[in-house]
Design a protein around this ligand. Structure first.
Ligand code: GDP
Ligand code: ZN
Length: 306
């Protein structure tokens, strides 16, 4: 038993949610513990790996944050980018047979994902609505698969519809992003069926206060099908998209362009109509798909008109 002002040994934990300077930290066994931040610590986000010590009243104190593998940022109301979640292994970009995605939209998501350094996975939902031959969407997906992106098909219309997705989620920390109406909520409801687990002890009382927060929450998926998969979710995260990217980031976001970058005749080539442009030559030679290149142009143009 700890006496007043005394703390237990240092232990590892992970931030499941945060409400100002109060955190919900999960210990190594998965038990949630309400923790406060040591005064010199600040700016922790959901998903952070931390070191904490137990206090005498069952709550704890977080004393350190571990190095982050990755960080997802969102603009705050003043337009400044703020970290919202950390240590994410993969961004699941959900799109659907209906409403069908414009190919440019998939490219926009991929560019934004590449800029975060978090591995993107394309999830095609509502495959129950797909024609038997796979349709145009099937061909489109094959193109992304050939670029090296994992593609997972899902449907919430039958019990096996999430099998492949569950395999993709196992052992990793994931977030779902995508347009409204593609089925993100439906998928997440099936992956996290236990409402009590989803709401959590801390948010229970925060809901009464001013902290009724849209901050991200981490959910553990400990079923047999998804061993040790974790999900970080919030309304804001689901809206993740193309924001605050510069021209270089957009160019870097098209992974099949990489072998040709730096090979243009002019060092400051903008790949528009310059002679000796390695990218234009690659399109001409059939090494880069013309639609991806057109998409690249369109994204650049949309940046310039902002
Ligand atoms: P969100 O906006 O991305 O969270 O999308 P929702 O989960 O709210 O889903 C939008 C609509 O698509 C709802 O009417 C769902 O019932 C429906 N929906 C979701 N998944 C599927 C699916 O696999 N097949 C079909 N046919 N409809 C789906
Ligand atoms: Zn060029």
């Amino acid at each position: 038993k700890l006496s007043a002002g005394e703390y237990g040994p240092e232990q590892p934990g992970r931030v499941m949610a945060h409400f100002g300077r109060t955190l919900e930290v999960r210990d190594a066994d998965g038990t949630p513990i309400r923790c406060h931040l040591r005064a010199n610590l600040d700016g922790l986000v959901t998903g952070d790996r931390v070191i904490w010590r137990a206090g005498q009243d069952g709550s704890g104190v977080v004393v350190a944050r571990e190095e982050r593998d990755s960080i997802l940022k969102r603009p705050d109301p003043r337009g400044q980018l703020k970290p919202v979640a950390a240590n994410i292994d993969q961004l699941l970009i959900v799109f659907a047979v209906e409403p069908a995605p414009h190919p440019n939209l998939i490219d926009r998501y991929l560019v934004a994902a590449e800029a975060t350094g978090i591995a993107p996975v394309l999830v095609l939902n509502k495959t129950d609505l797909l024609p038997d031959d796979g349709g145009e969407l099937g061909q489109l997906l094959e193109r992304y698969h050939q670029l090296g992106y994992p593609v997972v098909r899902t449907t919430t219309a039958n019990p096996e519809g999430l099998d492949k997705l569950r395999q993709q989620l196992a052992g990793r920390t994931s977030v779902f992003v995508g347009q409204s109406g593609v089925g993100k909520s439906s998928l997440i409801d099936l992956l996290l069926p236990d409402e009590t687990l989803r709401i959590g002890a801390l948010s229970e009382d925060s809901r009464k206060g001013t902290h009724t927060t849209t901050t991200a929450r981490l959910y553990a998926m400990r079923s047999d099908e998804v061993s040790n998969g974790e999900l970080i979710d919030s309304p804001g995260i689901r809206e993740f998209g193309l924001i605050h990217l510069d021209e270089q980031e957009v160019t870097d976001g098209f992974i099949e362009f990489h072998p040709y970058l730096g090979l243009c005749r002019f060092r400051d080539c903008r790949h528009r109509n310059e002679p000796g442009c390695a990218l234009l030559d690659a399109v001409e030679a059939g090494k880069i798909h013309p639609e991806r290149f057109a998409s690249y142009r369109r994204i650049l143009d949309s940046l310039n008109s902002q």
